[in-house]
Write a protein that binds this ligand. Structure first.
Ligand code: GDP
Length: 425
């Protein structure tokens, strides 16, 4: 049985917490795309952690964690995270890295940073983790797979080829120091040697595990609206955070993914550049941002304040649709307890027309929200463990959204901690 936990929105929906909770019922947790460019916040008996690259199953000693071929692997970041959790007495997790995963290199970070500088006010809101240059190299077939790190001559050859164009950019476009082939070869060969004990053919491993009936969890990063094909292009990421891509990025047959849990917050939040129709401004935004998440709505990777707004049912219905969600998990329901009225964006107005299907970017840029106002429950719901015990108005809010997004909400999270979770039915 393979279950995917993915984002229905812009990311930061609380997937890390959900994965940490549901890892208990799993044997294997797999990251299938993205890199260290986002953060999953997890709060459990070991403390509070912001994971960027490590799968969120690492806190369960019985779980095997896999970094699949679709991931942008920043090896130094991986070791920094591993050292970080070891320093806080988390037992060394079981971790496997695909020999076909590609390596995110220092120059990807440099190119990302220089390009954002060059674009100035036209920038895309990159986290400057090197993701766009990494996936560009992968598509241009000049990327370097983990297995290619193990042979120093092959590595040097691949790097040499890749640096030709990059050094033209460094010199003539960005006016920065040239990249040094020898230094890069030595550095990444050494990192490859350090990584070697974790490296294997994870696709073969996962197929074997499937035959043995192992339960697997695919952990998505970011959310549907950041998908390169289906998201708010060009304000997307450079990979696919969709459950459908989970099969490709992990190395599993698509038919085995039988459960897709799309995670959404009880309100909306987004970090980085892009369009966000139900965004709040001023005092109202400030208050929600301060109360949201476990310590306010600030990016786990960058610390940037997140934009916050009312629940956007148009965007989330679309997000659930492109994810192929079989169920939805709603997090942060506790955050809304202070409001006497809560708005939900049920449609957009674009050029005088009411639309309920999420539009492509140029139309989205002109969209204004159409709201329905629901009564708030004005009660602290943390500590509640049964769905029936949630206030009636809170359940009505959930039921209203469930209908709007055309997906059953089967899990409700009412606090950032592992145990603050309600399974419905
Ligand atoms: P992810 O990238 O999808 O894992 O999401 P993040 O970890 O970036 O952001 C989710 C934020 O919400 C974090 O601060 C979590 O600790 C927090 N969080 C998750 N679930 C809940 C919840 O039910 N209530 C509250 N108050 N915070 C939550």
């Amino acid at each position: 049985m393979v279950r995917a936990i993915v984002g229905a929105n812009w990311g930061d929906e609380g997937k890390g917490k959900l994965t940490d909770v549901l890892a208990e019922q799993s044997d294997i947790v797999i990251r299938f795309q993205g890199g260290a460019n986002a953060g999953h916040t997890i709060i459990n008996e070991h403390g509070k952690f912001a994971l960027h690259l490590l799968p969120s199953g690492i806190f369960h000693p019985g779980v095997v964690n896999v970094i699949g071929p679709g991931v942008a692997l920043d090896i130094e970041e991986l070791f920094t995270e591993l050292d970080g959790i070891a320093a806080r007495n988390v037992p060394m997790p079981k971790l496997l890295v695909s020999d076909r995963a590609q390596v995110l290199m220092d120059f990807h970070v440099l190119l990302d940073t220089y390009e954002e500088e060059r674009l100035a006010d036209r920038k895309f809101g990159s986290t400057k983790s090197g993701i766009a240059p990494f996936y560009s190299d992968k598509a241009a077939k000049v990327g370097i797979q983990v297995c290619q790190l193990m042979d120093i001559d092959l590595l040097r050859d691949r790097l040499k080829n890749s640096l030709v164009k990059k050094n033209v950019l460094m010199e003539h476009l960005y006016h920065k120091p040239l990249l040094d082939l020898d230094a890069l070869t030595d550095k990444y060969y050494a990192l490859g040697q350090r990584l070697k004990p974790l490296v294997c053919d994870t696709t073969q491993y996962l197929h074997q595990a499937l035959q043995e009936g192992k339960r697997m969890l695919l952990e998505g990063q970011l959310g549907a609206l950041r998908d390169l094909e289906h998201g708010i292009y060009p304000y997307t990421t450079s990979s696919s955070p969709l459950a459908g891509y989970g099969a490709v990025g992990a190395g599993l047959p698509p038919r085995v993914i039988t459960e897709v849990i799309a995670v959404t917050k009880a309100y909306s939040s987004s970090v980085g550049t892009g369009f966000f129709v139900s965004k709040l401004e001023g005092q109202e935004a400030e208050e929600l941002r301060r109360r949201g998440g476990d310590a306010g709505e600030y990016g786990a990777k960058t610390g940037r304040p997140r934009d916050v707004g009312w629940f956007d049912a148009v965007a989330t219905r679309y997000g659930c649709r492109v994810q192929g969600a079989t169920a939805c998990a709603m997090t942060n329901i506790d955050v809304l307890g202070y409001l006497d009225e809560i708005k939900v964006c049920v449609a957009y107005e674009v050029d005088g027309q009411r639309i309920t299907d999420f539009p492509a970017t140029p139309q989205l840029a002109r969209a204004t929200p159409i709201y329905v106002t629901l009564p708030g429950w004005q009660q602290d719901v943390r500590g509640i463990t049964r769905y029936e015990d949630l206030p009636q108005k809170c359940r009505d809010y959930i039921a209203f959204i469930e209908k709007e997004i055309e997906t059953p909400i089967t899990i409700v999270s009412n606090g950032p901690r592992r145990e603050e979770i309600i399974f419905r039915g």
